[in-house]
Design a protein around this ligand. Structure first.
Ligand SMILES: [Zn+2]
Length: 340
């Protein structure tokens, strides 16, 4: 009987394919291939019409019985696959009592931390924190800051020059010019950033270093505000006992100009190796903004006054953490960095 043999063949093919199924998707595919709209069993059901009329009811019953068995086999195959998946997942279970690997924790670089502390101090007092380009023009780095091309101070900056009148900024002061050109007074800002000079590398000097620039411009600003601000900053960075002194100095962009010293936190002003016995440490330069700088950016020096300062975060971090070689900051020795 051809019909019976064909039906038995379909069922055994079904069993073979189901036995090889490894995923839920395989089972779904088999269901479509045999019981779907154009599946094997559906095609056989359609072929019943070709049988002699007296054989048709029995053939229909036989097909229904096979279809019912296939449905059951498909359902149990899915169940088996799922149980197998769960077993596999349980085999890779996590042992919660196993000691965990210690997590390696990073730390903030001492220079970054010092920059952050300085900026925090000024931000709390309403200063804007401004960032600027490290590649600058000669105009913004020198000319606009009252250092014309023939000025001897220009040599002292030991600048790295680039083609096309550009340079690697030797100080953060170009951002004073850029900010004043873009905004009218009053203004108060700090500029943290990296600077470059053709300095030979030794324990105290580096060709790449950081600076924090500060600038305040408004009516009635005096040097007393500058000194009070420097003192408050040093007390926050080094401790409440700090004192600050100004030593007369010269910078082309400020008049008068002063070096800023603070009492050595190592000896509290008595004198030690860190401060070479003087009791004082220099942290930067400062002064009242030169009228020529104001004229260059279109401010009226008879109406507004202002002061500026530039301090060295490397120097501050060395004093705060008792580091005696500036090269430690860039060597990236884990043993050094892990202390912070
Ligand atoms: Zn000292």
């Amino acid at each position: 009987m051809d019909f019976e043999r064909a039906l038995a063949g379909v069922e055994s093919t079904f069993e073979q394919r189901l036995g090889a199924a490894t995923r839920d998707a395989d089972v779904a595919e088999i269901q479509v291939a045999f019981l779907g709209r154009s599946g094997e069993l559906t095609l056989m059901r359609r072929a019943i019409g070709k049988l002699p009329p007296e054989e048709r009811p029995a053939a229909g019953q036989r097909i229904n019985a096979v279809a019912e068995r296939m449905e059951l086999r498909l359902a149990s195959a899915l169940e088996t696959l799922r149980a197998r998946g769960l077993d596999a997942a349980l085999k890779q279970h996590v042992d919660a009592t196993f000691p965990a690997a210690a997590r390696r924790r990073g730390s903030i670089h001492p220079i970054r931390r010092t920059l952050q502390d300085v900026c925090d101090f000024f931000e709390r007092r309403g200063y804007a924190v401004v960032l600027g380009p490290e590649v600058e023009t000669e105009y913004h780095a020198f000319d606009a800051l009252n250092i014309p091309p023939d000025h001897p101070a220009r040599e002292g900056f030991d600048t790295f020059y680039l083609p096309g009148g550009l340079l690697l900024r030797p100080h953060t002061s170009p951002m004073q010019v850029r900010t004043m050109l873009a905004h009218q007074p009053p203004l108060a800002l700090v500029v943290p950033g990296r600077c470059y000079r053709r300095d030979a590398l030794d324990a105290r000097h580096s060709f790449a270093f950081h600076q924090v620039e500060g600038l305040v411009v408004a009516e009635g600003i005096t040097m007393a505000h500058l000194k009070g601000t420097m003192e408050a900053m040093c007390r926050e960075l080094f401790g409440p006992q700090q004192r600050v002194r100004f030593r007369p100095s010269y910078f082309p962009f400020t008049e008068p100009s002063a070096e800023v010293d603070t009492t050595c936190p190592g000896c509290n002003g008595i004198g030690c190796r860190t401060c070479s016995g003087s009791g004082w440490l220099e942290i930067g330069g400062s002064g009242m903004v030169h009228p020529n700088v104001f004229r260059e950016v279109g401010y009226d020096p008879s109406r507004v006054t202002g002061w500026a300062f530039g301090i060295g975060p490397e120097r501050i971090a060395m004093v705060r953490h008792g580091i005696d070689d500036i090269r430690e900051f860039v060597d990236n020795e884990p043993a050094f960095l892990e202390q912070f």
